[in-house]
Design a binder for this molecule. Structure first.
Ligand code: LMR
Ligand code: MN
Length: 459
């Protein structure tokens, strides 16, 4: 794309500050050039060459010199912004990134900024603001874009994403709907609208957007999360075979590790299997501690259930199909979530398990499930943890209780630890006559290095 700047041929100035296109289908590059750039075109090209040949700091100086002599040249300012962008990446500097954002904005403010360049520079500004985590500021930039380019599908799509990032899902929806009114086959709008519709709970409708959306193969549509939610929506509306086909396709396209292992935050080299033994998971000492103290743990859990019922909160990720399922979280993302006075002995035991309480990609929680509960097949977010289940109260009445991980159905035993990898699809049935209680303890995957455990982003 940069190359286009260097390919400039036309030199006819026009009245709207944009060099007029000679032919109808002339390259868009012309529309990025202002008459204010014309006197210094050669120098601009020289500076752009510096930028392309990775002489970033020299390029920045060259553009700055051009700004000093020609303060109204949009391309000089744009060039400086591009140089700052590259430099901020090279030096991993947020300060330079802020300067870069400022510089992109200044391009757009120029009276004679060509329309196409204005769009380009503001899109880049919003992108850099998003990267920096300035989501509200990015949204403001996108609103400005949408005011100036209200019929541009890409601009309005980006506005939708901007709303999504700040949690304004209904506003986001409106943006994508607006795009689809004028561009009914726009894949980007389809998958995003489908995604929001799905997380808002309208499974059936979400399929009508997600399915055609991913098949467009358009830019931005080939993301694991769209396949993930499409498969889930298909499954939950009884279109099981189609769900399987989508998971298979997602795996073939490299979006999932396999049709069953659909976690989206992965360290690729880690060994994976649905169920693990304590030896394989390198947690024999933890398992020993949990199994030899299981009655103490059970009694503490039962006590808080009786006197502090409110600590057990309903599962909130809409994973449940029927029934009732509550959890009491002790640790989460490597941080203590509980006043340990509530369950002091359990806490004291856990404190001896650094790979569990320090697992920034996991949780430790009591989980109680009532008869008549069915948990939809689902997968956890990451392959970086393994999940230990310590059976505390396991009823054997009725149809009993079962868990399926991948193709393998198992059950719990009181006082015994079951270990599985919850990045694989799993599903739970509670068809006994009384409640089932377990302690869930996530541990770091044994193949992770200490450095990785320190540096991985918490989930
Ligand atoms: C899960 O981890 O998804 C479930 O197995 C938890 C539970 O309480 O069974
Ligand atoms: Mn689960």
């Amino acid at each position: 794309k940069q190359q286009r700047f260097l390919d400039h041929k036309s030199s006819t100035a026009s009245t709207d500050n944009t060099v007029k296109r000679k032919k109808k289908n002339d390259s868009v590059s012309d529309s990025l050039i202002s008459e204010k750039d014309l006197p210094i075109l050669n120098l601009l090209n020289e500076a752009e060459k510096l930028l392309l040949s990775k002489q970033t700091s020299k390029a920045k100086d060259a553009f700055q010199k051009l700004i000093n002599s020609n303060p109204e040249s949009p391309r000089a300012r744009f060039g400086k912004a591009e140089a700052l962008n590259k430099q901020s990446e090279e030096e991993k500097s947020n300060k330079l990134l802020q300067e870069c954002i400022q510089a992109y904005g200044e391009v757009a403010q120029l009276q004679n900024c060509p329309v196409e360049l204005k769009k380009k520079t503001l899109l880049l500004k919003a992108d850099r603001q998003t990267f920096l985590g300035h989501l509200k500021a990015a949204l403001q930039t996108k609103l400005q874009l949408a005011r100036e380019f209200p019929t541009d599908a890409n601009v309005v799509n980006q506005l939708g994403v901007g709303y999504l990032y700040v949690g304004k899902n209904n506003k986001a929806k409106q943006s994508f709907e607006r795009v689809l009114q004028s561009h009914p086959g726009n894949g980007f709008a389809l998958v995003h609208l489908g995604f929001i519709t799905k997380i808002q709970g309208d499974w059936k409708k979400s399929i009508d957007f997600l399915l055609p959306g991913i098949h467009t193969l358009a830019e931005g549509t080939q993301q694991g999360k769209f396949y993930f939610h499409l498969g889930d929506a298909l499954h939950r509306t009884n279109r099981t075979e189609e769900a399987k086909a989508i998971y298979k396709l997602g795996a073939e396209r490299g979006l999932f590790r396999s049709k069953y292992q659909r976690s989206l935050y992965n360290v690729e080299r880690l060994k994976s299997r649905p169920y693990w033994t304590a030896q394989q998971a390198k947690v024999t000492d933890y398992v020993k501690k949990l199994e030899s103290n299981w009655k103490i743990i059970r009694d503490e859990a039962m006590k808080v259930m009786d006197v502090k019922k409110g600590l057990f909160v309903k599962e909130e990720e809409s994973l449940k199909n029927t029934g009732e399922w509550r959890q009491f979280t002790l640790f989460q993302r490597g941080k203590k979530e509980v006043d340990c006075k509530r369950v002091p002995k359990t806490c004291a035991l856990l404190e001896q398990m650094p790979n569990a309480i320090g697992c920034k990609r996991g949780q430790i929680k009591f989980s109680i499930m009532m008869p008549g509960t069915h948990v939809w097949p689902h997968t956890g977010p990451t392959n970086c943890r393994l999940r230990m289940h310590l059976g505390l109260v396991i009823p054997q009445t009725g149809d009993g209780v079962r868990i399926r991980c991948a193709d393998d159905i198992r059950t719990w035993e009181e006082g015994k630890v079951l270990i599985f990898d919850d990045s694989y699809e799993h599903e739970v049935w509670q068809n006994a006559e009384t409640f089932r209680l377990i302690l869930i303890v996530d541990v770091w995957h044994p193949d992770l290095s200490e450095r990785e455990k320190r540096n991985l982003m918490p989930i």
